[in-house]
Design a protein around this ligand. Sequence first.
Ligand code: PLP
Length: 437
Amino acid sequence: MSAVIYPTTNLSATEQLLFERGEGIYVYDQSGKQYLEGLAGLWCTGLGYGNRELIDTISSQLATLSFSHTFGGKSHQPVIDLADKLAGMVPVDKAMVFFGNSGSDANDTHIKLLRYYFNAIGKPEKRKIITRERAYHGVTVAAGSLTSLPANLAHFDAPLDALGILRTDHPHYYRGAKPGESEADFVARITANLEQLILSEGPDTIAAFIAEPITGASGVIVPPAGYYEAVQAILEKHDILFWADEVITGFGRTGKLFGCETVNIQKPAMMTFAKQLSSAYYPISASVIRGDLYEPMISASNEVGVFGHGFTYSGHPVACAAALKTLEIYERDGLYANAASVGEYLQSRLQEFADMESVGEVRGAGLLAAVELVSNRDDRTPDVDLAKRATLACQENGLIVRNVAGNALAVCPPLIITREQVDEMVDKLRRSLEQAL
Ligand code: PLP
């Protein structure tokens, strides 16, 4: 056993698989065996592996200015260009951008920005945050408290009570609906629960509602039509900010530039980005907020003398250069359009699985999808063992997928994937599933 403490791993497990190199949408292990990276690493390598142009940009930035912090207004061109670029892309009015290193720390930053803002405008009691069951927003003490997956909470004494985290229903119709309930009735019921929660806690105590537009890590869940329209109407009525966590869904993943567009979320007040922002070639995250939330923070920082939040690597020049080049390549090479058209093809091919006796639901959008496995289609009993066996069979057949929510297989290939490669992926998935039955 090596000295590595492996993240999100059963600690009694030893090394499972040692990867050595990657090229395009494929990775290779130490024995030279090829795997189609059906999960883009961990939902992040949009450009796949070995992108020469991006590697050259990173090397050149390393050679020019390998580090510069951004405390106290010390700056450099890549951080300014990246902030302006993002501000011009997002559906957030007069967006301002704070850079970090991971999706988790970007969500922590947002929690602190919310406090700073509401303290600045004289509403210190407006600080609770509504998250949803099954949410995944990271693992730091604060962002981990927004996450609702049992494994991320158990034994960590999480969530941290002092944060005032509230939980509401997850919009998964297949699992959450009552027998005979229509999608519209399901949406009406769970959004009525949301409003009830807001009223019982007191709207003046609630700062924001956070959601992954399409839920990723806990099973790729696409909400029913009308869900976000209803949520946003309730939040607006009670003066609660909408916070979109686009760490997985950002940058073309769901077939549109942002997941918000795919599921009809209008003008979020805050957005979180990481992962595909730099195609995972260099760690970087971004916390984006509406300009009118930022304004009062300026005078609050005047009072203290400094806005006392920042990481050594906030706005790291190499990370910013990597992200700028990544966004340029996504745009120039038509990869958002590719994700939309090849994504549509992927979804249609995966629907071929819907008739299988062991498949309960096939769902997704763009190049993000999941196949949920059940041992009984009538009562929808989750088949966790089949999902484990199928994930291993995929690996044996040279395909990486992720077992999520216990009984679902998720795919999320690099945005550069072609139709032919989708065929290869889906064929391998079918063969593996059949072998695992
Ligand atoms: N938010 C969402 C929606 C995520 O899916 C993730 C990671 O998967 C995070 C936040 C946390 O990001 P990181 O692992 O970079 O801290």
